[in-house]
Design a protein around this ligand. Sequence first.
Ligand code: ADP
Ligand code: MG
Ligand code: ZN
Length: 627
Amino acid sequence: MNRRSNIIMVWVVLGLIVLAALFFGSRDEPPAMAYSDFKSLIRERAVASAVVSGSEIEATLVPDWRTRLTGKAVLKKMPPGASKIVTTLLPVEDRYLVRDLEGAGVELKGEPSDLWVSVLLTWIVPLLLVMAFWIFMIRRQARSQGSVVSFGKSRVRVYRHDDVKGSFEDVAGVDEAREELLEVVEYLRQPEKFIRVGAKIPKGVLLVGPPGTGKTLLARAVAGEANVAFFSISGSEFVEMFVGVGAARVRDLFEQAIKASPCIIFVDELDALGKVRGVSMAGGNDEREQTLNQLLVEMDGFETNRGVVIMAATNRPEILDPALLRPGRFDRQILVDKPDRKGREAILGVHAKNVALGPGVDLERVAGSTPGLAGADLANIVNEAALLAARHGRDSVTQPDFDEAIERVVAGLEKRGRLITDKERRIIAVHEVGHAVVAESIPDQDPVRKISIVPRGLAALGYTFQAPTEDRYLLTRTELNGRLSVLLGGRAAEVLVLGEMSTGAHNDLARASDIARSMVTQFGMSQHIGPVSLDPRSQGAASSQDPFMAPEYGNQVADRIDVEVKRLVEEAESRAVSILTGRQRELEEAADRLIEREYLDGDELRELLEAKTPAPEGELSDGETDR
Ligand code: ADP
Ligand code: MG
Ligand code: ZN
């Protein structure tokens, strides 16, 4: 379709040019004269007849005009051998023109002005040209995006599979996310294999992580690895559009995608679209809500086994509408966190691939001095270093170039308060190891799989990647008590090792208090209160949403609950303290390792603690995610 209409386009433009050329070229115009000279010709009776049209007079001269003009000034201006002349009418009216013409016995004719010609020239031709230019630009733009975009359809970037350049090789330092995404790649490569077995493939995959960690990159890599079409649109693009088209756009997007399956639909910046709906002081954003609703409808509407996987990315999962996270929607969440030291080195490697590195360059060292930086920052550093080298006229990038680049990038980030000091890192490390050591020392706690202090990762955004305990497990009282100790282990370690506590534990304390309160008021696990439920929220689904509902007990009971909660938490804390006191040496050693590498394997920790029983793989302990 593209080629043919292009050719037609060319013909139309050519035709117009030819037409215009004919129009101007066909009339071999008589010589033009000044209006005043024309009037002199009339006076000298040199004009035989005149045709007056729109803005011109074409005059036929008498055959012997030369003799009639002898001695007159006009004669010099007359073209020799002319039989006709034209002149342009003045823009001001010449009231005597007709009288003069008649007086001179000139045969006078009128001609309808060339209305259609002038309309054609002044309106239609420019209009056609503008349209042609417009269509041409749009086509060119469409081509440069590698997509087929039609008017009125969604402004979705479509990459045909041979156009998707991404591959997992471009993404480093996010091994866990990559592993999880491999499953999606597998499915997109051979959907039949999965359909045959009746395996359910996640419909929606949500990439969650701080900005610049490679979420967009990963999504494209999945499409590239699976070799399928990639429909990409950003949430803010949906919303920015004219009113009323957001929802239509979503419908359209899904239509196109299903036609092109297997494929990936990627909604970048989902939070722009998927903010919690409903009560908004500003009167709400109906447009956004409609779009979001349509997205939900479409996600529910098509079956999983159509070879379409919806991916989305967000760095603010906490503000997403819970409806988006329900089963059958974005029920698979993949954490794309900031890279640790090893990861940073790998990312630097990826970006330094096409940069000429001098012999002294040590990327490991660069990685070591850039804690808390995301992939995008690291890419920036490599580029800055290369720019510096080029500016100094060097052939390759040297380590001092890198040092300066780091300084520049980091200074920029420092201003935005995104970096963490060494002192803070030590506190964080001790705190996290505290959680982990307590978790490993209490028999029935989930084994620690990983401790990480990558600064300002997702956890610092107030996000914990932890399954809710209330609904999914039946927990015994012993387990809950153990959990309380683990939660308090962070703070206890800080006090023990550093002699002081920090604000870092406030989330732990809040959670510990919640658990303890639930134990007392919901689970009847306190002897002093007894086996009764005192939780106002558990008294009926309808009222359970109301945060202001008053409890149905008096002050005295409330006081007793508070005392009980406090007792439970304090007991848990002293247990944590005694565990940690017994293992202070290991605790400090683990913290040192953690500071150096920002990451500690559960097995490594257990080795350090010389735990006799190797723990099986299991749920992540809380020690690593909360801060
Ligand atoms: P996000 O979508 O998470 O905000 P992007 O995927 O847009 O981040 O990453 C921006 C740029 O940063 C990428 O184009 C890439 O150059 C670089 N980058 C980010 N993360 C990585 C990574 N893990 N590996 C390699 N490069 C990365
Ligand atoms: Mg992005
Ligand atoms: Zn903690």
